[in-house]
Design a protein around this ligand. Structure first.
Ligand SMILES: Nc1ncnc2c1ncn2[C@@H]1O[C@H](COP(=O)(O)OP(=O)(O)O)[C@@H](O)[C@H]1O
Ligand SMILES: [Mg+2]
Length: 498
């Protein structure tokens, strides 16, 4: 029996079809993966199912019942529950309060004792390990997510949609979440699990639907498909997944951080050397000081304690522009705020940061002949796909924007390359290309600091890995000395996680 039957669903935003004629069928009691790259239309489709958006066309049945006038209220009555990408919890309240808020039993408010007991029972039943009376504020992200799931269960949801729930978790937390899915399935629930991670899809789901460019392009029983086939469906062509990181030669120290404090309330400071010809990866759950590390290195934030040395010179007190001139190629984590002028032509974006570079300026005036030539060459070399160099940078796809930024920064030929969240929001093809560029820079002998929330990237690219937790480095070793498990424990703040 089908729990969800969506047929021919089309949804426009303006003239853009985020969903086109999508068929999406979920069997009762299964774990169904909705797989697709960023922007494929997954969240839109689920928002339609959950009654938050109205489809422009199409048919929807829940448990065989034709849904004519859909709404969030109706979705709830039909037994749907959704855990969104961004949690909607009140930190100052307890677990049980968060679970029952907006769903108080009886007319006369909540019977506290009963509510606490029910919430605790539910949590125990699914092995969530929560205490109903704990404050939400003190919980880890993984635990907060369980509170969100508990909310849907408490409301009696039978079909539970989770939108990219593992994106914010450590590897262990993600594995535990998959176990929870299996538990919920055993108790008869239907799970719709949205992800772009193929291994998770393979590990937990019974069947899978792949969206690409707003269309459903593939549907299969998970056991009949390989990870590689899924990747090809997701991207729409053969994916080249081989990446070679031959052992490198470590050169001189290019950048040193000496006892630098990156978070005011951190228990300690961080020290780190980056040599020529190596990639040092910073692993960690986001929000553990990655952003501060980036800003302090670039001089956007003052370095209050410790010192930063680049090529033998103490730059701790230098302003950003002077550091850039000393030689930093910088790929920022916030592309739109720091790396591109979205409303300006690509050409102007190639000038960005080069206004003081003597190659670009002749007798105080910008040398447009040089700029034009550089932009055209870079776009060709790095496969930046655009109509022409007059196109607004912001109208390029994420992958092409990032290639544009990388090509501009790489052409500066600096000895130190700071790369922050380089693949965020990009598709597999673009990610692979960017990985190759970074490895090429390593071969050229650049010193590279890679800050990334994607553990896969850290492992594929880094020579050494430092694990950041609450503003401190928990451990720093050669890549080969870590496993996904040992890093996962360190990311969660457990020392000695080997
Ligand atoms: N409210 C909106 N207004 C305009 N465009 C939107 C809106 N929501 C999503 N889109 C666009 O629709 C496409 C699909 O988005 P989404 O469903 O969020 O994809 P996914 O969840 O698969 O990453 C994207 O190109 C996105 O920019
Ligand atoms: Mg989404």
């Amino acid at each position: 029996m089908l729990a969800v039957e969506m047929r021919n669903i089309t949804k426009y935003f303006g003239s853009f079809a985020a969903n086109s004629q999508i068929d999406f069928l979920v069997e009762k009691g299964e774990i169904h993966c909705l797989l697709g790259e960023n922007g494929a239309g997954k969240t839109t489709l689920m928002n339609i199912l959950f009654g938050l958006y109205k489809a422009d066309e199409g048919l929807l049945k829940i448990d065989g019942e034709n849904i004519e006038k859909h709404s969030a209220r109706k979705a709830f009555q039909c037994g749907l529950g959704m855990v969104h990408q961004h949690f909607m919890l009140v930190d100052a309240l307890t677990v049980w309060e968060n679970v029952v808020v907006g769903n108080e039993p009886g007319k006369f408010g909540v019977d506290r004792k009963t509510a606490v007991r029910q919430v605790q029972q539910l949590s125990d039943n699914y092995n969530f390990g929560l205490s109903a009376e704990d404050k939400v504020a003190g919980l880890s992200i993984g635990m907060k997510q369980r509170v969100e799931i508990l909310k849907t269960l408490y409301r009696g949801a039978e079909i539970i949609i989770l939108d990219e729930p593992t994106a914010v978790l450590t590897p262990q937390e993600a594995d535990q979440l998959l176990d929870i899915f299996r538990d919920m399935k055993r108790q008869g629930k239907t799970i719709i699990f949205i992800t772009h991670k193929l291994n998770e899809t393979k590990a937990v789901s019974d069947s899978v639907t792949v969206l690409r460019g707003g269309r459903s392009v593939y549907h299969t029983a998970t056991e009949d498909v390989t990870v590689k086939q899924l990747a090809n469906q997701m991207v729409g062509r053969e994916v080249d997944d081989k990446l070679e990181r031959v052992p490198g030669k470590e050169g001189d120290v290019i950048v040193s951080l000496n006892k630098v404090r990156i978070l005011d309330n951190a228990g300690g400071t961080i020290s780190l050397d980056i040599h020529a010809g190596e990639i040092v990866g910073i692993a960690g759950v986001e929000g553990n000081g990655q952003m501060q590390l980036e800003e302090i290195l670039m001089g956007f934030q003052r370095c209050k304690e410790g010192s930063i040395v680049i090529k033998g010179e103490d730059v701790t007190k230098w302003p950003t522009r002077k550091r850039l001139q000393k030689g930093i190629s910088y790929i920022p984590s916030s592309r739109h705020e720091r790396a591109i002028l979205p409303g300006f032509p690509i050409l102007d974006n190639y000038l960005l940061g080069n206004q003081y570079n003597e190659k670009f300026v002749k007798r105080g005036l910008i040398d447009y002949t040089f700029l034009n030539r550089t932009a055209a060459e870079s776009m060709k070399k790095y496969d930046v796909r655009a109509v022409d160099e007059k196109q607004a940078a912001g109208s390029l796809s994420g992958g092409n924007q990032q290639k544009m930024v990388l090509s501009r920064e790489v052409e500066k030929n600096s000895d130190f390359v700071l790369v922050c969240q380089p693949v965020r929001g990009l598709d597999i093809g673009a990610i692979h290309y960017i990985h190759e560029i970074l490895l090429d820079l390593r071969r050229q002998g650049k010193a590279i600091l890679l800050i990334s929330a994607e553990l896969t990237d850290i492992f594929q690219l880094s020579d050494k890995i430092a694990v950041l937790y609450k503003g401190e480095i928990m451990d720093l070793r050669r890549n080969e000395e870590f496993t996904r498990e040992s890093i996962g424990l360190l990311m969660a703040g457990q020392k000695g996680g080997k």
